[in-house]
Design a protein. Structure first.
Lengths: 271, 367
């Protein structure tokens, strides 16, 4: 896993077409997005713009609204106010599956996998979800294109040896890798990684960084991560959140050296 | 069994013939030669009815076992198909029945049953658990009362009699042997289709929806559409069962699809087990045996024969209390315990002197 990986079969299919179709539109554009739970504002008037292919880290203390932000983007929680555009298209009112079919993907803070199925079956299911075979009554043949795509994703996340292992029997680190493989299924244009390094050992974190940095360059992502080493290494830009609002944006070095950020988040403040 | 085949050398891969266990071959042969030694009553009343109830309960197993949706509308869908065959086909109620040929009336009946099941599903899938049960029960009740009160289309309380299967290839398909093979054939077809479907993308996604709807939506699946599609397919199965049921009794009336029969289908599926497609057929066999012979047993014991429902209820209670997975669950546990090595398996191991637990049986509290 030293060499940067190639885009798995089917991963890059349609990407260039879609990019040219959407012209110079931003990958993700949030304008004054808020999410209220009763009187509590989990996120408030959030503005974020991410360019195609850009890799962004979203940092902030617990309760800052990072995961709620992801849930609003993917449609798990409908935004209370504001607009969300994905490659120029207003997806604010779209249900989650429609957003996924447009190339948006996510991983979860706590792995949501099908533990009774094998690794390859989980990835195959993810490939089927963004294909036209969702309602197929026919079992896949050995030469099925989606099976081939799933096989290549097994390789991308270095789970070859665990291909036929039941997910329930995987280590925690392998389950996190599987989450990433499922997010890469189909033709993702943009991925939201929610604390992918949480609970991983130092070796597994190194593997994770390699996987993230080895993703095709056209594939942008936002990563929520508490491990600053991981976050600042894989990201080109950083957004700091605090109390549901955007607190600071900039390059990793700028954020790292910002006294306010240091006071609030990097150990200098009360956290 | 995996959806995507495991990496196995082609020479090591067993053929489909080798994959079928010996016990299945034995059961298959016995079922095929049954008419050579079983009476007409056993063929027509016991096995014919078992296969029909099994098909209808299989439609519930598909929804509840694979989709996590307990529907009480399956018997109603079956009744709807039965009514449609009577209305569009031939019956003794010539004033209402259209008398259309079987190749028109049967497909039309199935299409209407599927539409009815789909609409019921569309109403029910937005709810979970007890609310799904209540909505489907409400639809079943509405259908029962509507058919009982409507004389123009459904002939009210009397319903239709003289609804017979078509005479194809010169065979009287309501004759005990012919009807036995007819129901056996469709039971096997429905069973194999559901078994196959369970590992096809649609079936696997349905199980994914049952386990985690949010995750499935995040993989691009339209959860609502998938669940409605499951209702539609289940309605096709129930509709087939309903037509066979109507042919068996040669009549259809509101009572066929009443509240009692709707709940009976749930009892059948739960007794057999909702985890695998064979469960409903096992449950149906037990239900039919109880319903047919419980009266004789009760009378022999000097009790009122009308109390046979009590025996069915007690049997249901015992199974639910002892094995929530039905007879299949008991069978699985028995096989598991038979194959367990007491020296290696802690559950069969010696007792711990200090705690009284079996060694190795202590769970780690992850809290």
């Amino acid at each position: 896993m030293n060499a940067p990986m190639n885009a798995p079969t089917g991963l890059a299919v349609g990407i260039s077409e879609r990019l040219s179709a959407t012209g110079t539109a931003n990958a993700l554009e949030l304008r004054r997005v808020s999410k209220l739970f009763g009187a509590l504002a989990a996120i408030e008037e959030v503005d974020i713009t991410v360019r195609p292919g850009e890799r962004r880290a979203v940092l902030g203390s617990n309760g800052a609204g990072k995961t709620t932000l992801f849930n609003c983007i993917t449609g798990d929680y409908p935004a209370t106010a504001g607009t969300i555009r994905f490659f120029g298209e207003d997806i604010t009112a779209f249900p989650p599956h429609e957003r996924i079919r447009r190339g948006l993907r996510r991983t979860y803070q706590i792995s949501l996998l099908f533990t009774g199925l094998s690794v390859i079956d989980n990835i195959y299911l993810a490939c089927v979800g963004v294909s036209r075979k969702r309602f197929s009554f026919l079992r896949p043949r050995r030469d099925d294109a989606l099976v081939a795509s799933a096989e290549s994703l097994v390789n991308v996340v270095h789970l070859d040896e665990a291909r036929d292992t039941l997910v329930a029997n995987l280590s925690y680190g392998q389950q996190r890798q599987l989450e990433i493989a499922m997010a890469l299924a189909g033709a993702p244009r943009f991925i939201l990684f929610d604390e992918p390094a949480a609970g991983l050992s130092p070796t597994e974190r190194r593997d994770l960084v390699e996987i993230l940095m080895g993703l095709p360059s056209h594939m942008g992502f936002i990563v929520i991560e508490h491990d600053m080493d991981v976050a600042l290494r894989v990201a080109e830009s950083v957004t700091m959140m605090h109390d549901g609002r955007i607190f600071k944006e900039g390059k990793p070095a700028e954020i790292e050296n910002d006294p306010e950020v240091q006071a609030l988040y990097l150990g200098g403040g009360d956290g | 069994m995996a959806l995507v085949e495991q990496r196995v050398e082609p020479s090591e891969r067993p053929t489909w013939f080798e994959r079928i266990p010996a016990s299945w071959w034995i059961v298959g042969v016995i079922l095929l030669i049954m008419p050579t030694f079983a009476s007409d009553f056993v063929l027509f009343q016991i096995f014919g009815w078992t296969f029909i109830l099994g098909i209808i309960a299989l439609s519930l197993m598909l929804l509840a076992g694979y989709g996590g949706m307990v529907s009480l509308v399956q018997m109603t869908v079956a009744g709807c198909a039965g009514y449609m065959v009577a209305i569009f086909g031939v019956s003794a109620i010539t004033g209402i029945s259209q008398g259309w040929p079987w190749y028109v009336s049967i497909p039309l009946a199935l299409i209407i049953a599927v539409l009815f099941g789909t609409i019921s599903g569309w109403l029910a899938v937005r709810t979970e658990g007890i609310y799904t049960i209540m909505i489907t029960l409400a639809i079943a009740s509405a259908f029962f009362y509507f058919t009982r009160q409507n004389y123009v289309i459904f002939n009210g309380f009397s319903g239709f009699n003289g609804v017979l299967p078509p005479r194809l290839f010169g065979v009287d398909w309501r004759g005990p042997i012919a009807f036995y093979y007819l129901t056996l054939f469709w039971a096997v077809v429905c069973y194999l289709v559901v078994l196959y479907l369970s590992r096809a993308p649609f079936g696997l996604a349905l199980q994914g929806v049952r386990d985690n709807q949010r995750r499935m939506a995040a993989l691009g699946f339209n959860v609502t559409a998938h669940r409605v599609a499951a209702y539609a397919f289940a309605a096709l199965l129930a509709g087939m069962g309903g037509i066979l049921l109507t042919w068996q009794s040669a009549q259809i009336s509101p009572g066929t699809a009443g509240i009692g029969p709707a709940i009976d289908i749930l009892v059948v599926a739960v007794i057999g087990g909702l985890r695998r497609p064979i469960g409903p057929f096992i449950g149906a066999f037990i239900y039919v045996l109880l319903k047919t012979f419980a009266i004789d047993v009760l009378v022999a014991l000097g009790l009122g024969g009308e109390r046979f429902q009590l025996l069915i209820g007690l049997g249901f209670l015992v199974i639910v209390l002892w094995s929530p997975d039905g007879i299949l669950g008991l069978w699985d546990r028995w096989r598991e315990s038979r194959g367990r090595d007491p020296l290696l398996d802690p559950r069969g191991g010696p007792m711990d002197d200090r705690t009284g637990d079996r060694r190795g049986d202590r769970r780690v509290d992850s809290r």
